[in-house]
Design a protein around this ligand. Structure first.
Ligand code: 4NP
Length: 147
């Protein structure tokens, strides 16, 4: 079954495009997109160091372009996935009345890691650490969607 999955972070240039690319590489039959809660980088490709770190794992991000999350996304996707609690609060603030689309933290899908958010590598500079967590979680997400 095909699911429509939206990954969301703050800038849509580091964590959510990495999650989009990693999930698409693993599960290309789903309809996958990403967005930022901010409009700071609209139209920009993923951040160079994240592109490089992802490419070293065989994940291509270069064709992605940042866009801002909009309320209509609640109707366009079956599942919306945020990278941290701020993302989820900013997403929930835009939920249309009556909409029941689930919004979940990505880390829910990698409970064995014990993290409650994906630290932002734009600030931590730990691109590989973020990708380790993202790859584990999209593997868990893929398994979840098969059930
Ligand atoms: P992201 O990281 O939310 O994972 O895309 C960020 C990228 C840029 C900024 C913040 C977070 N920024 O402040 O420009």
């Amino acid at each position: 079954m095909t699911h429509r999955i939206l990954f969301v972070c703050l800038g849509n240039i580091c964590r959510s495009p990495a999650a989009e690319g990693a999930f698409r590489a693993r599960a290309p039959h789903h309809a996958t997109d990403s967005a930022g809660t901010s409009g700071w980088h609209i139209g920009a490709p993923p951040y160079g160091p994240m592109q490089m770190a992802a490419l070293s794992r065989g994940i291509q991000l270069e064709d992605l372009r940042a866009r801002q999350f909009v309320p209509a996304d609640f109707d366009r996707f079956d599942l919306i996935i945020g990278m941290d609690a701020d993302n989820i609060a900013d997403i929930e603030a835009l939920r249309p009345a009556g909409n029941e689309t689930p919004v979940r933290p990505l880390t829910d899908f990698a409970p064995h890691i014990g993290a409650d958010h994906v630290p932002d590598p734009y600030y931590t500079r730990d691109f590989d650490g973020a990708l380790d967590l993202i790859e584990a979680a999209v593997e868990g997400l893929d398994a979840h969607l098969r059930n």
